[in-house]
Design a protein around this ligand. Structure first.
Ligand SMILES: [Zn+2]
Ligand SMILES: [Zn+2]
Length: 141
């Protein structure tokens, strides 16, 4: 087969057109973005100040809602990412982590499937990432 490259995990939810549309939209509404420590870029200050982009406020609200349902905190394994960190993490070029619109979460001892089901119930787009044992949650609106 000519085109047998497996799409990277994040590309399933994303199109480049949507990425750039949302990037543009977010730049106009940057004052609404939030900085929450647990969403900080995990390059640990090597490449950025932790917030190369603000976090989408709806994404934060949805994760709060998820925690209320679960009655416990989820672990944010990866929140916003700078481009270098994203490349290291093998994200797609236009990963929504770059926009502050995605977070990879875990909530032990829940399985990926169990956590993903609740994330979907609060309206998040999810990718079940069994390799890294996280649920990628994304907000596209
Ligand atoms: Zn960074
Ligand atoms: Zn992710």
């Amino acid at each position: 087969m000519k085109d047998n490259k497996m799409p990277r995990v994040h590309q399933k939810l994303n199109s480049d057109a949507l990425f750039f549309q949302l990037k543009d939209q977010d730049q106009k509404q940057q004052e609404k973005a939030v900085k929450r420590e647990d969403f900080r870029c995990d390059c640990q200050g090597r490449y950025c100040d932790g917030f190369p982009a603000g976090i989408n406020p709806t994404l934060v609200d949805k994760i709060d809602e998820l925690e209320k349902i679960l009655k416990k905190k989820v672990q944010i394994i990866s929140g916003v990412r700078c481009e270098k960190r994203n490349a290291e993490a093998d994200g797609s070029n236009h990963s929504f982590h770059l926009l502050g619109r995605a977070a990879d979460i875990r909530c032990e001892p829940m399985s990926v499937d169990e956590l993903a089901a609740v994330a979907e119930a609060v309206g998040l787009l999810v990718i079940r990432d069994y390799r890294d044992d996280v649920v990628h949650c994304q907000w596209n609106d």
